[in-house]
Design a protein around this ligand. Sequence first.
Ligand SMILES: [Mn+2]
Length: 241
Amino acid sequence: MSHWFISDLHLDASRPAITTLFLAFLRDIPNEVESLFILGDLFEAWIGDDLDDELTRQIATGIRGVSERGVAVRFMRGNRDFLLGRNYCRQAGMQLLPDACVMDMGGIPTLLLHGDTLCTDDHAYQAFRQEVRDPAWIEGFLGKTLAERIAFAQQARAASQQHQQQVGDVITDVNGDEVAATFRRYGIARIIHGHTHRPAIHPPSATCPGERIVLGDWYEQGSLLIVKDNGDVELKSLPII
Ligand SMILES: [Mn+2]
């Protein structure tokens, strides 16, 4: 039995090849896989479970097919789809995980994260995150009309792109001290996260007490991490069909 991990698909109607790749990936997951973890940013944007379009329906049907074959599908929210709620999870047959989750994986105490909380050098983003994760803000936002929410999402996306260009690569990556502090805080030996779009397996080092595995995004290809029974890992990319 193995656990499979993906994140940062950023599914969007404007990139149909990735939707096709993901639906084929879902169909091909062997029944022997114990669970599929989706660690956030499954969708490029999410403005509420009441937005029911062709893409969200197709993806819900595809994911539900996997869970009906006995593979547990577990979803953690990312910074793009942090409003994805229980209704959509139910529709897709996936279990909603809290933002930080400790699990034993192949005998290794492992922390699962989307990854944005590790990027503490990006002060502007962390301030934005704190604002929009406030329950009162969320309630207010979900009370707006669909048109208002779509306009907000477009504006937030444009601002985020501009911000990333301005601050550069170092600021948007994880902060080493925060990573080390996170290992100590949770007492774990491995972190698996996405968000930074920098797929890699970082072994423990003088400054970092555990192993950090970063999932890749689904832009030019897919990206998959397999954690086997014995804790061994395989990080691979999936070519666009
Ligand atoms: Mn992200």
